[in-house]
Design a binder for this molecule. Structure first.
Ligand code: IPE
Ligand code: IPE
Ligand code: MG
Ligand code: MG
Ligand code: MG
Length: 320
């Protein structure tokens, strides 16, 4: 557990229990793969955001527990699919499900998790929450497809990049904080502030993820570094270098994106740090985290609010 989990510790333990319980299936392979990825851990940031958002708005009932589990199921489903799409081999410190069982089982168990999440949502029975989560899930898929289209193309704009990360990542953070607030019956204005807070945390989180894919340590991350380069993904560190690097650096990065090859990973890490691309990307993440904090100002003080502030800072300072 990270320090900010303490503010919701007993609820958090209930969410973890419910997650395991809801993995139930009469098909052994579904349970095996489900348990495999869920029990590897993960930071559980998104379900925590649900709990903290609901609690910071004074929620006193129990439906935030299944809502948090729903968000983690959707997140886990995106990870199973994402590792297939990215041909990744390490996740949460373990061999990915696709590397262990193959692509087809991973995709299908991802579908199981999505649909289980929707079964649980129906049981919660709040139409506004269903709408937010249905929309978010749809937009995440769109973002992943847009990213696929952009792969191998060094000529996309920063705006194209931001649109992808907003959809594929910030959208779920936003849905977590927004639905937590809506569940609690918060004022529209407060729910809106928490929604925008979640958006900015999500943006900071993915910007940093894209830095860590070059600069991180795979033992800390539990994922391999260099996966983005291997897929020819034009993330912000590369886009910045294409504009601001010297001629050799630009050439090197352009070729790596076009070929989708991590062959020159070391030289590229050198180039993107030398020309300031990693600093620039982190600076954008810091800006989003600062904006996230601004959207918390109007909330009344509580342990939950303090934890939300810590999460905004963690999204930038993290090394895993
Ligand atoms: C990974 O998310 C996917 C991204 C949006 C970058 P996390 O870094 O939150 O993954 P876990 O759940 O902690 O493993
Ligand atoms: C994460 O993007 C987005 C989703 C999971 C939808 P990445 O592909 O960068 O995530 P990691 O780095 O594999 O966790
Ligand atoms: Mg990936
Ligand atoms: Mg991906
Ligand atoms: Mg990544």
């Amino acid at each position: 557990m990270l320090p900010f989990h303490q503010a919701a510790e007993s609820d958090f333990l209930k969410v973890n229990e419910l997650i395991v319980e809801q993995l139930h299936s009469e098909v052994g392979m579904v349970e095996n793969i489900g348990h495999y990825i869920i029990e590897a851990g993960g930071k559980r940031l998104r379900p925590l955001l649900v709990l903290l958002s609901a609690k910071s708005c004074g929620y006193a009932e129990q439906q935030h527990i299944p809502l948090a589990a729903v968000i983690e199921f959707i997140h886990t489903a995106t990870l199973l699919h994402d590792d297939v799409v990215d041909t990744s081999e390490l996740r949460r410190g373990r061999t990915t499900a696709n590397a262990k069982w193959g692509n087809a089982p991973s995709v299908l168990v991802g579908d199981f998790l999505y649909s289980r999440a929707f079964q649980m949502l129906v049981a919660i029975g709040n139409m506004d929450i269903m709408r937010i989560i249905a929309d978010a899930t749809n937009i995440i898929s769109e973002g992943e497809v847009q990213q696929l289209i952009n792969a191998g193309n060094p000529d996309i704009s920063e705006a194209d990049y931001y649109q992808v990360i907003k959809k594929k990542t910030a959208q779920l953070f936003e849905a977590a904080t927004h639905t937590g607030a809506v569940l609690s019956g918060a004022d529209r204005q407060v729910a809106e502030q928490l929604r925008v807070y979640g958006y900015h945390v999500g943006m900071a989180f993915q910007l940093v993820d894209d830095v860590l894919d070059y600069q991180g340590a795979s033992e800390d991350l539990g994922k391999n570094v260099g996966d983005d380069l291997a897929e020819g993904k034009p993330t912000l560190p590369l886009l910045y270098t294409l504009k601001n690097g010297n001629r050799d650096e630009q050439k090197l990065v352009r070729a790596a994106i076009e070929q989708g090859s991590a062959e020159h990973l070391e030289a590229i890490v050198e180039a993107i740090s030398r020309c300031g691309a990693l600093d620039y990307t982190l600076e954008q993440a810091r800006r989003h985290a600062a904006q996230a904090l601004d959207y918390l100002v109007a909330l009344s003080d509580s342990a939950e609010k303090t934890a939300l502030e810590k999460i905004a800072r963690f999204s930038v300072e993290r090394s895993y």
